[in-house]
Ligand binder design. Structure first.
Ligand SMILES: NC(=O)c1ccc[n+]([C@@H]2O[C@H](COP(=O)([O-])OP(=O)(O)OC[C@H]3O[C@@H](n4cnc5c(N)ncnc54)[C@H](O)[C@@H]3O)[C@@H](O)[C@H]2O)c1
Length: 244
C-alpha cells in the first residue's frame, strides 16, 4: 500500500503502539506529524522517521487547540488522524476521584474530540479522510482489564467514532475504532514479573500477547484507500477473549 502524498497525525506517537503506527504510516510514504509529551522519546522518533514532532500535553485543551493549529499549519491538511494517546487508570468506582476521572477523560477522549474537530473541515473539503480512534477491550468488557474512568473513556471513543462516522459518511471520510487488549508494551515487559506475564498470557485464548505491529497493521488497513466502505466499525484485537 502506498500513502505517498497523504498526511497523517499520530497521537501518543512515542508509545508502544504509536511508534509502530507512525513507523508504518511513514514507511508507506505518508508525511506523519508526531504528537506526544515533549521529551527524548518523541525527539528520537522524530529523528528516526524524519517527521515533524509536536510536544503537546493532551490533558490541556488550550494547548491541544493551539497545537492542532500548528500541526495544520505544518501539514497543510490532515488526511489521516490516529487518536492513539491514552493513559491507563486501574481505579474502580470507589477509588476514582473526580480529578482522576477528568484527567483520564481529558487525555483519552477530549483531546481526540478536539483534534477531530480541528482536522475534519479540511478532510470534508478534500472529500477524503480517515479517523482511527484507539478504544480498548476494557470498553467491551466493563473494565475487565482496567478501572472505571479508563473503561468509560474507551467506551466514549466508540461513541465518538460512531458519531463522526454517521455525520460525515457521505463526504468520503470514515471513522473507525480499534479495541485491543494485552498489547506487548513496556507496561507488560518491564513492570510485570515473568510469573505475572505468564499468568496474563495464560488468560489469552491465542496464547500470546498482541504485537504493536499487529495494531499498526489494522490501522494501515483502515487508513487505506480500499477501506472506504468501512465506517463506524470497531475492530476487536483481543486474541479471542471476546466475540461480538
Ligand atoms: N497496550 C495495551 O495492551 C492496550 C490495550 C488496549 C488499548 N490500548 C490503548 O492504546 C493506546 C496506546 O497504548 P500503548 O500501549 O502504546 O501505551 P503507551 O503508554 O506505550 O503509549 C501512550 C502514549 O501516550 C502518551 N501520552 C500520555 N499522556 C499524554 C498527554 N497528556 N499528552 C500527550 N501524550 C500523552 C504517552 O507519552 C505515550 O507515549 C492507548 O490509548 C491505550 O489506552 C492499549
Amino acid at each position: 500500500m502506498t500513502l505517498t502524498g497523504k498526511t497523517a497525525v499520530v497521537t501518543g506517537a512515542a508509545g508502544a503502539i504509536g511508534t509502530a503506527v507512525a513507523g508504518a504510516l511513514a514507511a508507506a510514504g505518508a508525511r506523519v506529524a508526531l504528537i506526544d509529551l515533549e521529551g527524548p522519546p518523541l525527539a528520537a522518533l522524530a529523528g528516526r522517521l524524519v517527521s515533524p514532532a509536536f510536544g503537546i500535553d493532551l490533558a490541556d485543551p488550550a494547548m491541544v487547540r493551539q497545537g492542532a493549529a500548528r500541526v495544520l499549519d505544518d501539514l497543510g491538511r490532515v488526511d489521516i488522524l490516529v487518536n492513539n494517546a491514552g493513559v491507563l487508570s486501574n481505579a474502580k468506582m470507589a477509588a476514582t476521584s473526580l480529578e482522576e476521572w477528568h484527567r483520564v477523560q481529558a487525555i483519552n477522549v477530549d483531546a481526540a474530540f478536539l483534534l477531530a474537530q480541528t482536522f475534519l473541515p479540511a478532510m470534508r473539503a478534500a472529500r477524503w479522510g480517515r479517523i482511527i480512534n484507539m478504544s480498548s477491550y476494557a470498553a467491551k468488557s466493563g473494565g475487565l482489564t482496567a478501572g472505571t474512568a479508563y473503561s468509560v473513556s474507551k467506551t466514549a471513543m466508540i461513541g465518538l467514532t460512531f458519531s463522526i462516522a454517521r455525520e460525515v459518511a457521505g463526504e468520503g471520510v470514515t471513522a473507525n475504532a480499534i479495541a485491543p487488549a494485552y498489547v506487548m508494551s513496556p507496561m507488560v515487559s518491564e513492570q510485570l514479573t515473568p510469573a505475572q506475564q505468564e499468568a496474563q498470557r495464560a488468560a489469552i485464548p491465542v496464547g500470546r500477547f498482541c504485537d504493536p505491529a499487529e495494531v499498526a497493521h489494522a490501522v494501515m488497513f483502515l487508513a487505506s484507500p480500499l477501506a472506504g466502505f468501512i465506517t463506524g466499525e470497531v475492530i476487536d484485537m483481543n486474541g479471542g477473549m471476546h466475540f461480538d
